[in-house]
Write a protein that binds this ligand. Structure first.
Ligand code: ADP
Ligand code: MG
Length: 323
């Protein structure tokens, strides 16, 4: 179990992280979400011991491992870190890059483990290829296999799929997160991609303006985003005054409504005039305007620009968000 205890950090005089405090349980996948520059990479580097902590402490299984008086050599044996710019041995083959890190004694076992890992990252056919000849995405997959080879108890991944094309991302994510759960490896993943988070993460930490603004179970946070910022990390969303979508209410509150939570009606609801239509594949993302604001909603078909339609939100959603 990892406990990050009230850490604050700055590279120079501007604070990057303030009073960051959280726990990751054994076998848990914690996603660290936040926009670019919010300090996700910095946080992972601190945990790995690459940056000197001046304030706060870090405990691993009840032992203090980092803090102001600790000069830990980066890379404690139990943890592995995959940086945003993975470093491989360019002149060695894919196979060699991975097997180099395996701590097994028998050659047959080494071979089997290397094959298993390469299969997981879908790089089997490149086993004998020198890494310098691979694309960025392929190198990233080898780097992933390499950190896994070392069987860490705690894995820190910094945007692990950033260079991998969409074509492969989905299957690779399923394989990786399935593998980590099976091996009960605790992991912290820095990302801004909801597809890496919603189907797999146990918990989500959101960082904004140097601080943690949410630390909740994935489902809870998605279903009840406390702000438009948090909701927007998952999907297109709107902030809507309750008075415009609920009758007989005098609250001044605004609630988050995801674009897909609006139902289009021809007869009643919030009236909007369509100003944009974006094809998203299986649905259309529409933009409409009321007198006061612009609203995003989804619809199975495109709606003509200029047309007036009505939007509705279920009472269940409204009541849940008002709380
Ligand atoms: P993220 O990974 O969320 O995009 P980073 O942790 O990389 O964010 O960066 C957080 C902030 O720290 C940014 O404002 C960035 O410019 C700054 N920063 C990152 N690395 C350094 C560094 N080595 N020296 C000075 N400032 C840095
Ligand atoms: Mg980063």
């Amino acid at each position: 179990m990892l406990h990050v205890n009230n850490i604050s950090f700055s590279y120079n005089t501007t604070p990057v992280l303030k009073n960051i405090d959280f726990t990751v349980n054994e076998g848990e996948y914690l996603a660290v979400l936040g926009e670019s520059g919010s300090g996700k990479s910095t946080l992972l580097k601190i945990i790995y011991g690459l940056l000197q902590l001046k304030e706060g402490t870090i405990f691993w299984k009840d032992n203090q491992v980092l803090g102001p008086d600790y000069n830990l050599i980066p890379g404690e044996k139990y943890m592995k870190y995959l940086s945003q710019d993975f470093d491989l041995m360019p002149f060695l083959t894919v196979e060699e890059n991975v097997s180099q890190y395996l701590s097994v004694f028998y050659p047959e076992e080494l071979k089997a483990r290397t094959e298993e890992l390469l299969e997981m990252v879908e790089m089997t056919s490149f086993a004998k290829t020198k890494v310098k000849l691979l694309s960025g995405g392929q190198q990233q997959r080898v780097a992933l296999a390499r950190v896994l080879a070392q069987e860490p108890e705690l894995l820190l991944l910094d945007e692990p799929f950033s260079h991998i094309d969409n074509f492969r991302k989905n299957s690779l994510r399923r394989r990786l997160f399935g593998y980590l759960k099976m091996k009960k490896i605790t992991c912290i993943v820095a990302t801004h991609d909801e597809k890496e988070v919603l189907p797999f993460a146990d918990r989500i930490l959101v960082i904004k303006d140097e601080e943690i603004i949410a630390n909740e179970k994935t489902e809870t946070l998605y279903n009840n985003p406390k702000s438009l910022y948090i909701a927007s990390l998952f999907a297109e969303a709107n902030l809507v005054p309750v008075s415009t979508i609920k009758e007989n209410t005098d609250t001044k509150k605004q609630i988050v409504v995801y674009a897909h939570e609006f139902k289009v009606s021809e007869t009643s609801g919030i009236q909007v005039r369509v100003i944009n239509s974006y094809a998203m594949g299986s649905y259309y993302l529409m933009e409409g305007v009321t007198e006061e604001q612009s609203l995003f909603f989804t619809h199975p078909k495109s709606i003509e620009v200029g047309k007036k339609v009505f939007l509705n939100v279920s009472l269940e959603i409204i009541n849940k968000r008002i709380e």
